[in-house]
Design a protein around this ligand. Structure first.
Ligand code: ATP
Length: 428
């Protein structure tokens, strides 16, 4: 009898699951996309007739479906890409898919609470939002995925490309995305507070230490007071560590001087850049909350010089801000840093400042979900490396040194937040 009741309940559960999965409009996503286009006014008029996109092909892909559409003449693909959020919201309207695994019913305890347990399984599940990707290569490709990219993708050392300047900065459905500092040079990281800037910057610093422990050095400037980078302070690769704008100016001056010396050597040697000169060392200047430097003209001038000349001299800048305004990311800095990693932002205007287009304002509010832009834009989930994982990885590189006065009559290193070491760039 109990078995009979049990199987009936399971069937009811599975039926409930099917209901949850299919509840909503029966219209196909392809029809919906065309209807959304029409309703949102994304169409053109030709000979008095309204024309919109036309389905060309539909292909099953891993995790979803790719729809290929033909655009009518006169319709811009950019307009469509800029309206990605309209499409995504439209596809998710009245269509709720719940994350639910029917095998969970097998874990039921067959007692008086069985109905309660089933209700709990059915109601405690998260709603999955369909996600889309849009590309245009002569045809408009819209990939609709049945589930989200994943809210947390754990860091794995397998992602590393050891002995290179290429670091993993995110995972897409098609694999891992790398930022190659030797190719793309500097990086701007922006995003609203709490969406993953510090986490990815710490992961990048750790990855560089693991990848090139003897060749990489850092100047870390955390204008939020220092907590995020504090764990790297005693790593032997860290030559400067600053926590306020006074430290920042000193550090910038020192880095600029070393960079100029090295740049001169490279040019005097008849080389175009650090790679051609066969120099294996690279220095990274990482500034978190760079907006706090924006009011300091001298610092900004030096920073601009470093991003300009540093490309060739092997001095790379990671410039992070949660306030992406024209003042916080001046034009000169932007022009010299084409690569951007942007988490969710509060407005299309802020997105425009970082990515030169909208998009970041319509990212889902998931920590770690971002857009990486170099030539193309890619939506990714940054890998999550916990502080414990960072600690374990940098521990072998930590040296506790006594901070002595540097003897030049300036701030004593006993109290100062900068550590004065020379940045030496050597030939291999
Ligand atoms: N890639 C990720 N995957 C999962 N969770 C993440 C990820 N990145 C960040 N988080 C979560 O978001 C929290 C905030 O991240 P983080 O400190 O990097 O934000 P932030 O952008 O630097 O914020 P703020 O500008 O205020 O410093 C983390 O403590 C973590 O819980």
């Amino acid at each position: 009898m109990l078995v009979e009741v049990g199987s009936t309940i399971i069937m009811a559960g599975v039926a409930g699951y099917s209901y949850l999965k299919t509840n909503g409009s029966s219209m196909s996503d392809s029809d919906k996309i065309q209807r959304i286009f029409n309703n949102a006014g994304m169409n053109v008029r030709e000979n008095g007739k309204v024309k919109t996109i036309r389905i060309h092909r539909k292909t099953k892909i891993e995790g979803g479906v790719e729809y290929v559409f033909q655009l009518p003449l006169g319709m811009s693909a950019k307009q469509i890409i800029d309206h990605k959020n309209v499409l995504e919201d439209g596809l998710n309207a009245r269509h709720k898919v719940f994350e639910f695994d029917p095998t969970e019913l097998l874990t039921l305890k067959w007692d008086r609470t069985v109905i309660k347990q089933i209700m709990k399984i059915l109601t405690s599940k998260k709603i999955i939002r369909k996600e889309i990707e849009i590309d245009f290569d002569g045809m408009l490709r819209i990939r609709v995925y049945d589930s989200s990219l994943g809210n947390e993708i754990q860091w794995s050392d397998d992602m590393l490309k050891l002995k290179t300047w290429s670091v993993p900065i995110g995972i897409t459905r098609n694999g891992t995305i790398y930022h190659d500092f030797d190719k793309r040079k500097h990086l701007i990281v922006a995003g609203a507070t709490g969406f993953g800037k510090s986490v990815i910057m710490k992961a990048i610093i750790t990855a560089l230490i693991l990848s090139k422990p003897s060749e990489v050095t850092f100047s870390l400037v955390d204008l939020k007071g220092g907590p995020a980078f504090a764990r790297f302070k005693n790593a032997k690769q860290v030559v400067h560590f600053g926590v306020d704008t006074t430290d920042a100016l000193e550090i910038l001056q020192d880095v600029q001087q070393k960079m100029n010396d090295d740049y001169k050597k490279i040019v005097d040697g008849g080389h175009e850049d650090v790679s051609e000169a066969g120099i294996s060392k690279r220095h990274f200047l990482v500034v978190d909350e760079a907006a706090d430097l924006a009011g300091d003209q001298k610092s900004m001038e030096i920073l601009t010089d470093i991003v300009r000349k540093g490309r060739g001299a092997g001095y790379y800048v990671i410039y992070a801000t949660q306030y992406p305004s024209a003042q916080a990311i001046p034009m000169q800095i932007k022009r010299n840093i084409p690569a951007r990693l942007c988490f969710v932002l509060d407005s299309a205007m802020a997105s425009m400042t970082v990515l030169d287009g909208p998009g970041a304002e319509s990212l889902p509010e998931i920590p770690g979900r971002g857009i990486y832009k170099e030539v193309k834009q890619t939506i990714l989930q940054t890998p999550y490396m916990s502080n414990k994982q960072i600690q374990e990885r940098i521990q072998p590189h930590v040296t506790i040194r006594t901070r002595k006065d540097d003897g030049d009559g300036q701030k004593s290193l006993q109290t100062a937040t900068t550590r004065r070491h020379s940045i030496v760039i050597e030939k291999v």
